[in-house]
Design a protein around this ligand. Structure first.
Ligand code: 2AM
Ligand code: CA
Ligand code: CA
Ligand code: CA
Length: 263
């Protein structure tokens, strides 16, 4: 795919941060880890990766706004464009030596995500998409799965950690969904969950209690791979409600029906 200059810039930043993270991952015992709240960890690797990405992106596009997990929000001169960045999605996996984590970078224009990159550096899988140009993993065009039956399908979610208030609703979702599908996976990286839906590895994904940087890049991957996305509560938007449902076209409605059922 012949991506825009912005997409190429995002890919360059993701690869650079990914290289630094792979080095840290090999010597994970040396990282200074602190906790931002119950079960919510952050390390030198997260902060250094965000620094690298910010330097690349802001160096090239100084006017764009910024929303990053570790450095927060920062308005730019151009109020219509904003980077949304999670430098390391899956920190808990990373710190446990589990090779399932990613760099996530999205570009928003007038409130809509127009480009996204998710880089699984440990597996050298680079996922990227741009509005209207499709979604890719390395050189391969992505397409959501073609499964049509819930009972043949597997779904991913994130089960809230550390006493988050969304736990009871998620447990209820699981009690309703697990008997009628082929399985539910909980791997611990929202960005990769969405990338896997785009790649047709998972048939769908939903999660409650998430932040824009967890999912911004993954959302455009799913859309550009032909999938559907929406919020859990139909009267709210995805970022505002911090909830998302994503699936292929055939399974989106059946999945929504289960997740949107009132308590
Ligand atoms: P993070 O690694 O960037 O913090 C949604 O499940 C998100 O919650 C994950 O993508 C992850 O993003 C974040 N998260 C933070 N702490 C977590 C934990 N202990 N277990 C699982 N996810 C966690
Ligand atoms: Ca975090
Ligand atoms: Ca995250
Ligand atoms: Ca993170």
């Amino acid at each position: 795919m012949q991506g825009s200059a912005n997409l190429n810039l995002m890919i360059k930043a993701a690869r650079k941060a990914g290289r630094a993270l792979v080095k840290d991952f090999r010597e994970v015992e040396n990282l200074q880890v602190s906790s931002k709240g119950p079960g919510d960890f952050v390390s030198k690797a997260d902060r250094e990766a965000e620094r690298i990405i910010k330097e690349e992106l802001r160096g090239a596009r100084p006017g764009y706004g910024w929303l990053g997990e570790e450095t927060g929000e920062d308005a730019g001169e151009d109020p219509t464009r904003r980077w949304i960045v999670d430098p390391l999605d899956g920190t808990t996996n990373f710190l446990h030596g589990l090779p399932h984590w990613a760099v996530s970078i999205a570009l928003e224009h007038k409130g809509e995500v127009v480009a996204g990159v998710v880089f699984d550096a440990a597996k050298d899988e680079l996922y990227y998409a741009e509005k209207g140009l499709g979604a890719f993993m390395n050189e391969t065009r992505l397409r959501v799965s073609g499964r049509r039956q819930m009972i043949e399908s597997i779904f991913a979610t994130g089960v809230p950690f550390g006493g988050k208030s969304t736990l009871p609703a998620t447990l209820q979702d699981l009690a309703r969904l697990m008997p009628v599908c082929a399985g539910v996976r909980r791997f611990g990286s929202a960005a990769l969950d969405l990338a896997y839906v785009a790649a047709g590895r998972y048939d769908g994904y939903w999660e409650r209690g998430i932040q824009p940087w967890d999912i911004a890049a993954g959302l455009i991957l799913v859309k550009e791979a032909g999938g559907f996305i929406g919020p859990v509560r139909e009267d709210r938007d995805i970022f505002g409600s911090g909830s998302v449902i994503a699936a292929n076209g055939a399974l989106f409605e059946p999945l929504c029906k289960i997740i949107r059922q009132p308590a």
